[in-house]
Write a protein that binds this ligand. Sequence first.
Ligand code: JD8
Length: 464
Amino acid sequence: MTDPAAGPTASAAPRIDVVTIFPEYLRPLELSLVGKARRDGLLDLRVHDLRDVATDRHRTVDDTPFGGGAGMVMRPDVWGRAIDATGQAPGPDGGPEVRDVVLLVPTPSGTPFTQAIAHELAGAVSGAAGPPARLVLACGRYEGIDARVAERYAGEPGVTVREVSIGDYVLNGGEAAALVVVEAVVRLLPGVVGNPESLVEESFGDAGLLEYPVYTKPPSWVGLDVPEVLRSGHHGAVARWRRDAALVRTAERRPDLVESLDVDRLDARDRDVLDGAGYAVVGQRVRRRPSIRAAASTDAAALADLAAATFPLACPPDTTLGSARAFVAEHLSAERFSAYLRDPDRTVLVAEDATGLVGYTMLVAGEPYDAHVAELVIDRPTIELSKCYALPRMHGTGTSRLLIDASLDAARSGGARSVWLGVNQQNARARAFYAKAGFDVVGTKTFQVGERLEDDYVLVRQLP
Ligand code: JD8
């Protein structure tokens, strides 16, 4: 059955073939932008009925699955004939069809279909990326297509096989996905979209952001007003408002997109907006800042793992791993953390992100256990910030800052008028961090790690 919406037989226009047992399902491609592109000769899209190449009088295209199981599987031999048949039609110059082929097979087990893939396919069929190829979409049904079809064509010279999924949900066939892929690709073809400008600021475009909210008349509707700036005529302010709105919307709805933003394209205002949305720019990456919460009894094991991963890093470089591990085993085991979490004089706060615990602090109320420290710390009651650690990969994300600010708040709300801590004299990084957090050096003390006595500075922070 030849496709009524198809353009002239031999056309230099980008060529797309769709093979399906439900040709009617693709009728929407006669409508709207794609339909117009076909009528304007900007696209040569043909829909083929798979049953046309079936050989039995029942036009069978499927059979029972080897290995058993429910449902039916589509036969490879039928698909082979159908795919080959799409190349029988004369090519653009009326001669044999010689274009390379991109065989796209929609399947729930495919790689996610994205705007980037849509651009690649549009480039392939339009010849923007070299000699034009033609796109063949194989729409499966039942339990799917025999796996040898993809295998066979993947080995065919001039054929690229792409198994893609349009989303993490299960459909009954590939036709809906074919509609999605064709529309996403065709609207990127030259001349199809009236104003190519409108393609620029789209979601998932270069900026990697979702679109900003859009508005039109009336300026006020059911008490809802269009944001004033959009009616200001101040193009710079409008552009800034739209950029901020796109950043916030993307941060709220698509953390995955935010974390793959190109930081070199983020200006200071962008970073402020992201900061407000809970993201920090760390080196070349945008990272979701962890959330801070009080530790729960169920966190003991994770805290012990975190402590084992972080304590050795705060020790002087010449501390033996053995003595650091001995200290961890003695003071920072899961059992010890269970006890700390039950201890009313101890407050443990944790920083958590999608990967789990990434930092923690421990406050120990009461008189300093070290008499020398008790002399150094004037403002009473005081509390010890005994532990303040974050995983190295969180450095720069503001995690430690979030933790210490929350710990100072907890100390303040616990009635403490000062917080003291000991930091190894060789740990310049931690000392700089505490200095920025308002801690002053008031003296020194020693700290036992395994059989070694380490030299610490004693730091104090007044709590107004
Ligand atoms: C092609 C047959 C149905 C799928 C048994 C239900 C894409 N994102 C997506 N979800 N589902 C599909 C898809 C489903 C298909 C076929 C694509 C061919 N089915 C099958 C496996 C489980 N039935 C898809 N793209």
